[in-house]
Design a protein around this ligand. Structure first.
Ligand code: NAD
Length: 355
């Protein structure tokens, strides 16, 4: 075994069915008593119930979290938090609600409790991406790390099938890139492999029956593992590409990950053959093809075209990706990136690509 450095963030995590019932105790555990609940505008019945159960602990509810954490939304939520003298943030939702809690924590150092309802994985990372004037910038700061994450499997059951597919592939992408990250290590790689295999086996079951609580539990556990990967080791070309496409062209976050991942895996497998050995364990010729086929079988998006990308923007997207340096196990030229984007745009199977 090669020499390695292992790093872990300090986070308290509660996992299981019904764990949301422990939210009030967790607020008290933080020594807080004036919580602001943060959600997206699409507030579901379960979220309303959680707010009712919090009683006087919930001082206010901000339900305007948006994808890519726009700074003007953060300013509004921040004013509300100050007005109500909030001492704790409770985000319930996907990466958008989590992102807003992180953005407020960045500016106030308020403690956060996150209840994830998608598989985005943001709840375990010190990373925050924010958007202003159409430009997305990302930073890593320990201030945005949540104090507590409550993984309640029941909260994920309502996630529509298509969002479950794209969100799971978003999480899988964290695990895949951890396998060849700059700070890769065998402990995180073990989590990553387990997450990839679990999602691979579970996603078709969720598509067949979204109420399958065993499959939902397995998927949320795989999401937990993927979040650990994202929070511990750096990411690479795939995340850089998705960041350029999401921030630069407003493409939906999780769906973009879904389309791009098989192509980046195929590209990097040239220098990391163990990726394809993992694909073989999934009974496929390559990991890129295994994931592409999984997405296709689950009726997920396989082309940038179908998620709203314009072909005329591919040159700009390639330039944007080249504009800032990033780690990747295989160096990529402008032409490589442009070709990869063209393949992803057209939705051709990754094993048919030559780069
Ligand atoms: P999202 O949070 O925007 O959720 C998408 C929609 O699904 C919303 O309308 C939401 O209300 C709804 N939804 C969420 N859970 C649901 C459920 N269980 N049932 C029914 N509807 C539900 O989408 P996302 O993909 O989870 O998050 C995307 C955002 O997260 C992006 O801004 C991305 O940049 C960020 N992100 C950040 C990190 C990080 O480490 N910083 C990691 C991953 C994603």
């Amino acid at each position: 075994m090669n020499e390695f450095t292992y790093f872990a963030n300090e986070i308290r995590a509660l996992f299981g069915s019904g764990t949301r019932k422990q939210l009030s105790d967790e607020i008290a555990f933080l020594g807080a008593c004036r919580a602001m609940v943060i959600t997206s505008s699409n507030s579901r019945e379960t979220i309303k119930q959680i707010i009712v159960e919090l009683g006087d602990l919930c001082i206010t509810h901000f339900n305007g979290a948006e994808m890519h954490t726009p700074i003007d939304v953060t300013q509004k939520a921040l004013s509300l938090a100050k007005e109500h003298k909030i001492d704790c943030l409770v985000a319930i939702g996907g990466g958008s609600a989590t992102g807003l809690a992180k953005a407020i924590a960045l500016r106030t150092d308020l403690p956060q409790i996150i209840l994830p309802t998608t598989y985005a994985g943001s709840e375990l990372t010190p990373i925050i991406g924010e958007t202003e004037n159409g430009l997305k910038s990302t930073q890593s700061n320990k201030k945005v790390l949540a104090e507590t994450v409550i993984y309640d499997t029941d909260l994920t059951v309502s996630l529509p099938v298509m969002q479950s597919v794209t969100s799971a592939i978003n999480a899988m992408a964290h695990a895949v890139e951890a396998l060849y990250a700059e700070h890769e290590n065998p402990i995180i790689s073990a989590h990553a492999e387990q997450a990839i295999i679990t999602f691979y086996n579970t996603l078709p079951k969720i598509c067949l029956n979204p109420q399958d609580i065993t499959a939902r539990t397995d998927a949320l556990y795989a999401c937990f593992l993927s979040g650990l990967c994202l929070g511990s080791v750096g990411m690479a070309l795939h995340h850089k590409l998705c960041h350029s496409l999401g921030g630069g062209f407003g493409l939906p976050h999780a769906a973009t990950h879904c389309v791009v991942l098989p192509h980046v895996i195929q590209f990097n497998a040239h220098v990391r053959p163990e990726l394809n050995q993992l694909g073989n364990r999934l009974h496929s010729s390559s990991l890129g093809f295994a994931i592409f086929e999984l997405i296709r079988a689950c009726n997920g998006p396989t082309s940038l075209q179908e998620i709203g990308m314009k072909e005329t923007d591919l040159d700009t997207a390639a330039s944007l990706t080249m504009s800032n340096s990033y780690y990747n196990p295989r160096s990529a030229t402008y032409d490589d990136i442009r070709e990869l984007l063209q393949n992803a745009y057209s939705g051709i199977a990754p094993d048919a690509c030559l780069i």
